[in-house]
Write a new protein. Structure first.
Length: 65
């Protein structure tokens, strides 16, 4: 895979993950009467998304050097 193709794919995935992160945060802060299990699931997803975003941003930084 060429460097520019990888950058394009990662940029698209990063955009998708950031949107999902915003939706997850919105769901957590605007949901009413969440059970503890539901809140934990949302927070777990938020953490997973944050780690994935961080990994993609790191890879993009490496590719742009």
């Amino acid at each position: 895979m060429e460097k520019k193709d990888e950058i394009l794919i990662l940029s698209q995935k990063l955009t998708e993950l950031k949107l999902r992160q915003r939706i997850t945060e919105w769901s957590f802060y605007n949901a009413q009467k969440l059970t503890e299990r539901q809140a934990d699931a949302i927070l777990d997803e938020k953490g997973r998304l944050e780690r994935a975003i961080e990994a993609i941003e790191k890879r993009l930084e490496e590719l742009n050097r």
